[in-house]
Design a protein around this ligand. Structure first.
Ligand SMILES: [Zn+2]
Ligand SMILES: [Zn+2]
Length: 237
């Protein structure tokens, strides 16, 4: 019903090539869908999900070996490049919510391929930073996490993981500064809701993994048994 209403508001043409799209509620045509830079979910790093083309088995990548992230396992759906990068930036900064169903398709496929979704107790969106809060409270991760939770039939909780303090924007910083910048910037509310549980944190873009790792560290300190992470895109491969 809602999808039909939305189709009236936003005629369904492909977000990339402008040709008509015949998949309900979607805005990428079959040709453009075929060109989406999906990340392989098998033969990847067991921890961060980095995929190396000729690897047939899971391995631990050099970065994860040098500094093990606090999350146990991460999955990213697509490479943050080309037209996909533009679409995701439009969704993230310009509220192109009509792309949500397509983006959630990518995220859901990666999550199902990489995790035992039945083992997830609760889905947590990455909370916003001060920078986004100023932008009338739009948090693109909440919409993505809500869609994902609904599709894999798991509980969503947008209150457990919170941000505190005002770190500088990660995108303004070099890789080594990013880990320092996010230290101590997360808080867990209602720790009893995640104690002994498996949580899946949803974020939009994985770069160094510093933010997700810090969030995972905080969740584990509050008693979470396992922290898994799913991001729509990954910018450093
Ligand atoms: Zn197209
Ligand atoms: Zn890794």
């Amino acid at each position: 019903m809602i999808e039909r209403l939305l189709d009236l508001v936003w005629p369904r043409t492909c977000a990339v090539c402008s040709r008509p799209v015949d998949r309900p509620g979607r805005h990428l045509c079959a040709d453009c869908l075929n060109r989406v830079p999906f990340i392989a979910q098998t033969g990847a790093c067991a921890i961060c999900g980095r995929a190396i083309e000729d690897s047939a088995h899971e391995f631990t990548c050099d970065d994860c070996r040098a500094a093990r992230p606090a999350f146990d396992r991460a999955a990213s759906a697509v490479r943050f490049e080309g037209r996909m990068r533009e679409l995701i930036l439009g969704y993230k900064f310009n509220r192109h919510l009509w792309l949500l169903a397509d983006l959630a398709d990518f995220l859901e496929a990666a999550v199902r391929a990489r995790f035992d979704v039945a083992a997830v107790d609760v889905v947590l969106p990455m909370p916003t930073t001060w920078f986004h809060r100023m932008d009338r409270g739009y948090n693109p991760c909440v919409y993505l996490a809500r869609q994902l939770a609904r599709r894999i039939d798991r509980r969503l909780d947008a209150r457990v993981l919170a941000r505190q303090g005002s770190p500088r924007r990660q995108s303004d910083l070099a890789a080594d500064e990013r880990f320092e910048n996010v230290k101590g910037t997360f808080a867990v509310r209602r720790a009893e809701w995640i104690r002994g549980r498996t949580v899946l944190v949803v974020d939009d873009i994985l770069t160094t993994g510093a933010t997700l790792s810090e969030a995972a560290k905080t969740l584990k300190a509050a008693g979470a048994a396992r922290v898994w992470a799913a991001t729509l895109a990954r910018s450093i491969l």
